[in-house]
Design a protein around this ligand. Structure first.
Ligand code: IPM
Ligand code: MG
Length: 357
C-alpha cells in the first residue's frame, strides 16, 4: 500500500485548528479508499517558535521537509511579529527553496455559499488562477539606503527571467489544455511596464504556438478586474505575475463568496521537491481558539494535494463531500452559517465514510 509522508506546519493563529481538521479528513479519505495511507509529521514552526528561538524554523528546516511527499501548511502571521519576518522566515523560503514556481488557485462558487455577484451561482464562475511564484515582484530584489534621512531611498525591483516566464506559461497552457474549455487568459501590464511585461507577452505568444488546441487571450490587469466582475463566464484558466495574481486571487475569492473557502497549491511541477498546500486565508487572530474557523479552504487544498500525489479518486470523493456539506448549509459563521469547525469536519467525514451518502 502506498504510504505518503506528509509534513504538517500548522503555524500561527487558526492554522493549527484548520490543519487539525484537514488531517482528520485526509485520514478519513485515505482509510475509505483503502489504497493509500498518510503518515503525518507535525512541525511546530511559526511565530511562537520565533519568539523562543529567534527564527521561524530551524536552520536545517528545509532538509527535514525534503524527505516528505507534500507539505500541509496552515497560516503565518502574529500581531506582535512584523509580517515581513514571518513571511520571509517560513513560507517564502519554502516556496523559493523548493522552487515551487507554480501557485495554483482554483475558484468556484460552492453550492450553499452565497456570492456577491448578481444572478450568479455555481457554474457561472469556474476559474483556475496560475500565479508565478518564484520571481517577479516578489523576488526580494532591492534595498534601502540613507535610512532615516530625508534622502532615504528604497527600491523593489521586479525580476522576470526567460526561464521563469517560459516555465510558468508552459505550466498554465498545459493546465488550460487539461480543462474542458481549453481557454487561457494571460494577464499583463505591458502598456505601462515596457520591459518585463513586454517580454512576458512575447514569451506567452511563443509558448502558445506549442499549444495550438488552447485558445488564449491577453488582458491588462486593471481591465481584468472589470471582466472578472462583469463577465465571469468568459474566463477559465488565468496566468499572471506574482503580484498581479496575488491581487486577482483575492478578488476571485471575494467573488466566489469568501476567502475562507479559497485554497492554494505551491507546486514544483518537476517534482524535485515536495509541493506545499495551504488555505489562502491568514492566521485570523480575531477568531483564534473560538472553534469557528472555516476548514473548507484547507479541505479543498487537501484535494489539490491528493491530485498532486496521483490520488484523483480520493480527491474527487473529498471535493464531493465538501460540496454536499456546504449545500446542506453546514457552514461556519464567516459564510453565514452557525456550525463550528468540528461540526463541518465531522459532517465531511460522515459523507466520506458513506453514512450520509
Ligand atoms: C497570499 C498571501 C500572501 C502573498 C501574503 C500573506 C504575503 O496574500 O498567499 O496571497 O501575498 O503571497
Ligand atoms: Mg494574497
Amino acid at each position: 500500500m502506498q504510504n505518503y509522508k506528509i509534513a504538517a506546519i500548522p503555524a500561527d493563529g487558526i492554522g493549527p485548528e484548520v490543519i487539525d481538521a484537514g488531517v482528520r479528513v485526509l485520514q478519513a479519505v485515505a482509510g475509505r479508499d483503502g489504497g493509500f495511507s498518510c503518515d503525518v509529521t507535525t512541525y511546530d514552526w511559526g511565530s511562537d517558535y520565533y519568539k523562543a528561538h529567534g527564527r521561524m524554523m530551524p536552520e536545517d528546516g528545509l532538509d527535514s521537509l525534503k524527505a516528505h511527499d507534500a507539505i500541509f501548511f496552515g497560516a503565518v502571521g502574529a500581531p506582535d511579529v512584523p509580517d515581513h519576518i514571518t513571511l520571509w522566515g517560513l513560507r517564502l523560503p519554502i516556496c523559493q527553496g523548493f522552487d515551487q514556481y507554480a501557485n495554483v488557485r482554483p475558484t468556484r462558487i460552492l453550492p450553499g455559499i452565497s456570492a456577491p455577484l448578481k444572478d450568479k451561482g455555481p457554474g457561472d464562475l469556474d476559474w483556475v488562477i496560475v500565479r508565478e511564484n518564484s520571481e517577479g515582484e516578489y523576488a526580494g530584489h532591492g534595498g534601502r539606503a540613507h535610512r532615516g534621512l530625508p534622502e532615504e531611498v528604497a527600491t523593489e525591483t521586479a525580476i522576470f527571467t526567460r526561464v521563469g516566464v517560459t516555465r510558468i506559461m508552459r505550466f498554465a497552457f498545459r493546465l488550460a489544455q487539461a480543462r474542458p474549455r481549453r481557454l487561457l487568459t494571460v494577464v499583463t501590464k505591458s502598456n505601462a511596464q515596457r520591459h518585463g511585461m513586454v517580454m512576458w507577452d512575447e514569451i506567452a505568444a511563443e509558448v502558445a504556438a506549442e499549444f495550438p488546441d488552447v485558445s488564449w487571450d491577453k488582458m491588462l490587469v486593471d481591465a481584468m478586474t472589470v471582466r472578472m466582475t462583469l463577465n465571469p463566464e468568459s474566463l477559465d484558466t488565468i496566468v499572471a505575475t506574482n503580484l498581479h495574481a496575488d491581487i486577482l486571487s483575492d478578488l476571485a475569492g471575494a467573488l466566489a463568496g469568501s476567502l475562507g473557502v479559497a485554497p492554494t497549491a505551491n507546486i514544483d511541477p518537476e517534482r524535485r521537491y515536495p509541493s506545499m498546500f495551504e488555505p489562502i486565508h491568514g492566521s485570523a487572530f480575531d477568531i483564534t481558539g473560538k472553534g469557528i474557523a472555516n476548514p473548507v479552504a484547507t479541505f479543498w487544498t487537501a484535494c489539490q494535494m491528493l491530485d498532486h500525489l496521483g490520488e484523483a479518486d480520493a480527491s474527487a470523493r473529498l471535493m464531493k463531500a465538501i460540496e454536499k456539506v456546504c449545500a446542506a448549509g453546514i457552514t461556519t459563521p464567516d459564510v453565514g452559517g452557525s456550525a463550528t469547525t468540528a461540526e463541518v469536519t465531522d459532517a465531511v467525514i460522515d459523507v466520506i465514510c458513506g453514512s450520509n451518502e
